[in-house]
Design a protein around this ligand. Structure first.
Ligand code: GTP
Length: 341
């Protein structure tokens, strides 16, 4: 089945990391998120994908010049301006010449969802679109869906006020669609699939859903991005995407790590330097990050080529942008972001 992967968002919640690197090019335990997403889809028989690009498109195009990512053939549909999720689906589908049932995936979701079962549900119900659902404790930040027993969507409410959600089942960001859905999306303007397309399809009773409680995570916030890394390290995913995890952590072979450093549930990427007496816990160090001696870094993300001065204590939850320099003996905790445009 042909697919569209939405990867054109600005990733504002992951700033400052996303000023330089689009969200789906950030690594999960050393492997770019887009590679993780596509290799998961490949296991469900997806062989070709159109990447719906808008923000920093060249970071993808230059990284994968052979038009293959994780064994999936890819083409690049670059929007001239951000079209939002439904506008992007229409643009990418036209670019790819889609004229049969297709799959759409939010490129910042990592999951073990059963795509084959979702497609089967879609065909069985002769739906116009079918959404994968996942149960969460607090649905207020998501598209919340209620269905009848046959899976027909009765209501689709995007980000309901607390206490007003019709269920705890949320839109998991995986959709099977018929080309007819595209006809209702105006061309060349911003259209949001969750706010404009799904509520309308629900009204016409042609929208279906399938609940799936397999592993699922939207990686869009610093907390969730850290969680996605830790879940791979702890073996909570069915796939580690080739990462060699030793004692619960992943250390890139090119990283220089002092033997006295204590590394717990952390990912240390290529060319990082970790000094003596350092403690890392639930931390992600992106390539070339330097943690000088006697630092403690907990539940924090250290961006590419950032330097953390000796004796500093970071986290939870600090996000240090690319090339930032944190002064010696700094103490930072709470939702701290360091680094500008
Ligand atoms: P935030 O700014 O942090 O909310 O992140 P985001 O820009 O990624 O937005 P969001 O998480 O709501 O987007 C869901 C998915 O749709 C992500 O995979 C985005 O990359 C993608 N997306 C959002 N807006 C656009 C757009 O205008 N064009 C394209 N091609 N993709 C988009």
């Amino acid at each position: 089945m042909r697919s569209i992967i939405l990867v054109g968002g600005k990733g504002t919640r992951l700033r400052p990391l996303t000023y330089e690197t689009p969200k789906q090019m950030l690594p999960l335990v050393g492997v770019a998120m887009i590679e993780c997403v596509l290799s998961d889809l490949a296991r469900h028989g997806v062989t070709d994908a159109v990447l719906a690009l808008g923000y920093l498109p060249n970071r993808f195009i230059e990284a994968y010049p052979s038009n293959t990512i994780a064994g999936v053939g890819v083409t690049y549909a670059v929007e001239p301006e951000p079209l939002d999720t439904a506008g992007a689906i229409r643009f990418a589908a036209q670019f790819g010449g889609f004229d049969e049932t297709f799959l759409v995936v939010n490129g910042d979701v990592v999951s073990d969802l059963d795509v084959s079962a979702l497609v089967a549900r879609h065909r069985d119900r002769a739906a116009e679109a079918t959404i994968a659902l996942h149960t969460v404790a607090d649905p207020s930040g998501f598209g919340v869906v209620s269905t009848d027993e046959g899976g027909r969507v009765l209501a689709f409410v995007e980000k309901p006020a607390p206490g007003e959600a019709p269920s705890n089942q949320i839109n998991a960001g995986y959709y099977v669609m018929e080309p007819s859905v595209l006809n209702a999306i105006p061309a060349g303007v911003r259209v949001n699939v969750e706010r404009e397309v799904f509520p309308r399809l629900a009204e016409t009773k042609t929208l279906f859903a399938r609940a799936d409680e397999a592993y699922w995570l939207d990686t869009g916030t610093p907390h969730a991005y850290l969680q996605a890394n830790v879940d791979i390290l702890k073996g909570r995913r069915s796939e580690r995407h080739g990462a060699v995890v030793v004692d619960g952590s992943w250390r890139h072979p090119n990283a220089t790590i002092d033997p006295s450093a204590l590394i717990i549930n952390s990912a240390v990427d290529a060319d990082c330097v970790v000094g003596s007496g350092v403690v890392l816990e639930n931390a992600v160090l992106l390539p070339r990050a330097v943690i000088q001696s006697d630092c403690e870094v907990r539940s924090s993300i250290i961006g590419p080529s950032a330097i953390i001065g000796p004796g500093s204590r970071l986290g939870p939850t600090c996000v240090v942008g690319a090339k930032e320099h944190v002064a010696a003996a700094s103490h930072l905790s709470g939702d701290v972001r360091l680094g500008g445009v």
